[in-house]
Design a protein around this ligand. Structure first.
Ligand code: IPM
Ligand code: MN
Length: 354
């Protein structure tokens, strides 16, 4: 354990964000009291409500402040009264881009005691990591519209892939497959049979970086087929690496096979800088304030934050507590309103287990 006092920025955000962050912090507090990890929390109220009041999403000064933190813990963003695209692009994506969080790490884990819609699959079959490129691709916002609103409208959205961006992401994925030491397999997911320029770059870099990882099995799958195999043979996967948009899409499917978005955590990682951890679900406005949302994804994101900070003991303490509570079978479903417990009670159960 490090003697350091971490500075953790907390962005509860919109909708159910504040409710789940409270539970995440509750569990983090219980675990760090046991292990002696010290941190200070700095709260930020960025999100839809503040934007509606002030017209400001995220001032430049906030980005500068974030760069001085050790990590960011995020609830959710998205507000029903704010036009889609504003908070997503100016808050979430802006942080990912400006802090160069070039990996979006999304574990797909079926916890013991959790129901999966895939018949005959067990926790040992659904346990893999998706490494999603997080700063490029069609997310970078390059493109435009011409003759908008007419029958001649033209819309373009450019898929940007740089050697630097692809290389660092693939290298991270190889290192992860090595460190994880499970199946020692990395699967490159693309659509190189059609997107030959972008796919070609990814494939060449994969082979080039892979030279140094001869003990890692190097596999390839097209993204459409990957969706099929997530359902049919999820046990084939260990670590996958893919671009931004494919990673976005396949991890929603991944969340479903692990029992629901209530269990799916993600980390926006800059291995050399400040990383941000969040549940991969959205702000779920219809459940706001009802104390029914599942906080486990957020709690698991807190465990991931500790792991990335190098506090493995605190991280595994949280992970084991989640597993113990779930394998007891007390929690009936991962879905909001169907857990058999409130948001607060689920947080309490996990904190108590610690
Ligand atoms: C996610 C979300 C975001 C994304 C949205 C809200 C911009 O879907 O984190 O997966 O597309 O990356
Ligand atoms: Mn998504």
């Amino acid at each position: 354990m490090s003697e350091k006092k971490y500075k953790i920025g907390v962005l509860p955000g919109d909708g159910v964000g504040p409710e789940i962050i409270v539970e995440g912090l509750k569990v983090l507090d219980a675990a760090s009291k046991k292990t002696g990890v010290k941190y200070e929390l700095i709260n930020y109220d960025f999100g839809g409500d503040r934007y509606l009041k002030t017209g400001e999403v995220l001032p430049d000064s906030a980005i500068q402040e974030f760069k001085k933190l050790d990590a960011i813990y995020l609830g959710a963003v998205g507000h029903p009264d704010v036009k889609a695209g504003i908070l997503e692009k100016e808050l979430l994506l802006r942080i990912r881009f400006e802090l160069e969080q070039y990996v979006n790490l999304r574990p797909v884990v079926l916890y013991p005691g959790v129901w999966t819609p895939i018949k005959d699959k067990e926790p040992k079959d659904i346990d893999f990591l998706v490494v999603r490129e997080n700063t490029e691709g069609i997310y970078c916002g390059i493109g435009g519209a011409f003759k908008k609103g007419t029958n001649d409208e033209v819309a373009t959205q450019l898929d940007v892939n740089t050697y630097k961006g692809v290389e660092r992401c693939i290298r991270y994925a190889f290192e992860l497959a090595k460190k994880r030491n499970r199946r020692k397999k990395l699967t490159l997911v693309d659509k190189a049979n059609v997107l030959t320029y972008a796919g070609g770059l990814w494939q060449r870099v994969f082979a080039e970086v892979g030279e140094k990882y001869q003990d890692i099995e190097q596999d390839h799958a097209y993204v459409d087929a990957t969706c099929m195999w997530f359902v049919k043979n999820p046990e084939w996967f260990d670590v996958l690496v893919t671009n931004n948009i494919f990673g976005d899409i396949i991890t929603d499917l991944g969340a479903m096979i692990q029992g629901g978005l209530g269990a799916a955590a993600g980390g926006n990682i800059n291995p050399e800088g400040v990383s941000m951890f969040e549940p991969i679900h959205g702000s779920a406005p219809k459940y706001t304030g009802k104390n029914v949302i599942n906080p486990i994804a957020t709690i698991a994101a807190g465990a991931m934050m500790m792991d990335v900070l190098g506090e493995e003991e605190t991280s595994s303490l949280i992970d084991s507590a989640i597993r113990k509570v779930l394998s007891s079978g007390k929690i009936k479903s991962m879905s909001a309103g169907k857990m058999g417990y409130s948001t607060t009670e689920v947080g309490d159960l996990i904190a108590k287990e610690i």
